[in-house]
Design a protein around this ligand. Structure first.
Ligand SMILES: NC(=O)c1ccc[n+]([C@@H]2O[C@H](COP(=O)([O-])OP(=O)(O)OC[C@H]3O[C@@H](n4cnc5c(N)ncnc54)[C@H](O)[C@@H]3O)[C@@H](O)[C@H]2O)c1
Length: 333
């Protein structure tokens, strides 16, 4: 088992990565816990034993279930079961479950401890780490949420064996971005070390900027184009696949701004292709439409802002000229 600490002072917590990490649950629960409310989805099929009295609460599958209604139902079920502040919530699932379970835990009785047992690659390297929780509104994704750090996270690489291939590819898109956030040749590492390396990077970024005041924005490397593609609607892409296209685009853009050389662009294309991820835009998305969406991106505090690689590493770059954006878009068509 590889242990990584998310260093947040008296709210620091361990992340255990490895085959069978779920079996460590009882050892990472906060001490003096009486009971555990396990939040999961019926289709996941991962059982855990917290070693104390527990009850399983199911939530539905799919982004439409990531709602205030689901959180309200869950909290009502907690109340009927008699969950108290001496108890703990455990989220067993992918990012959807950890976002919902974390959000409910942060609200119920004004905040209960939560432990995540992450069961998708995306949750291992991203969603379960860092304390961002939330749900969607009809008006948009993740518009309501809290920062609520877990007490511990278990990233069980064994359970990835049952993950549908498409979900695994989605996680690989997020994993690819860590190559340029200090990860280097992550694809040379065995899976558990690769996951742990990503967790270490995310932990360090979260510790330096817990509430996304600045540096945490680098975790959105590749995401500006990804969000613009996803806002376009019915493209048959997992989020991570859209991020992969976004990474290649970001490299092409950084190259046009003189920030990285052609070899660095080629390395982006090599990594993305190596994970069997797409590096070209789906047909039907025009430049004007995409540029208009770039201006509306949630992370864009100023017009046409991107997270780009450069001599000082990946950073936020503002006021990117439109002609360079159009050239970079042409390079991913
Ligand atoms: N809080 C954050 O910092 C953060 C970061 C990134 C993403 N997210 C959120 O994460 C969500 C996406 O997470 P995801 O990609 O893990 O998808 P997901 O949680 O929707 O899971 C994908 C599918 O895989 C199934 N599944 C999960 N584990 C399984 C397993 N071991 N075996 C078989 N099936 C399994 C789920 O039931 C679901 O059908 C989004 O809602 C996104 O907004 C949050």
């Amino acid at each position: 088992m590889i242990e990584v600490t998310v260093p947040l002072g008296d709210r620091s917590y361990p992340v255990l990565v490895g085959d069978g990490a779920r079996h460590e649950l009882s050892s990472v629960l906060p001490t003096d816990i009486r009971r555990v409310a396990i939040v999961t989805q019926p289709g996941i099929g991962v059982t855990v034993d917290p070693g104390v009295t527990h009850e399983v609460f199911h939530i539905g599958d799919g982004e439409a279930q990531k709602s205030l209604t689901t959180v309200e139902t869950l909290c009502s079920e907690f109340a009927r079961w008699g969950l108290t502040r001496a108890d703990c919530v455990v989220g067993v699932g992918g990012g959807l479950v950890t976002d919902v379970a974390g959000f409910a835990a942060s609200l119920y009785h004004r905040g209960l401890p939560v432990v995540h047992v992450a069961t998708t690659l995306l949750a291992h390297i991203d969603a379960a780490i860092g304390g961002k929780t939330g749900v969607n509104l009809a008006e948009g994704k993740n518009l309501v949420g809290t920062y609520w750090q877990p007490s511990a996270v278990l990233c069980d690489t064994e359970v990835l064996a049952t993950l549908p291939p498409r979900e695994l590819r989605g996680g690989l898109g997020e994993l690819a971005k860590y190559h340029w956030l200090g990860g280097g040749r992550l694809d040379d590492l065995p899976l558990d070390e690769r996951v742990a390396a990503c967790v270490r990077i995310k932990a360090e970024v979260v510790a330096s900027d817990e509430r996304e005041g600045g540096r945490r924005a680098i975790l959105n490397y590749g995401h500006t184009l990804a969000h613009a593609i996803e806002t376009g609607g019915a493209y048959d892409l997992r989020h991570g696949e859209a991020v992969a296209i976004g990474l290649v685009f970001a490299a092409e853009l950084a190259h046009r701004l003189g920030r990285i050389d052609a070899d660095a662009v080629a390395e982006h294309r090599r990594v993305v292709a190596g994970y069997d991820l797409p590096g070209t835009l789906p047909a039907g998305l025009g430049d004007d439409e995409l540029i208009e969406r770039f201006g509306r991106d949630k992370k864009a505090t100023r017009q046409l802002t991107f997270v780009l690689d450069g001599p000082a590493g990946v950073e936020v770059v503002t006021d990117v000229p439109e002609p360079a954006i159009r050239e970079a878009l042409a390079a991913v068509r």
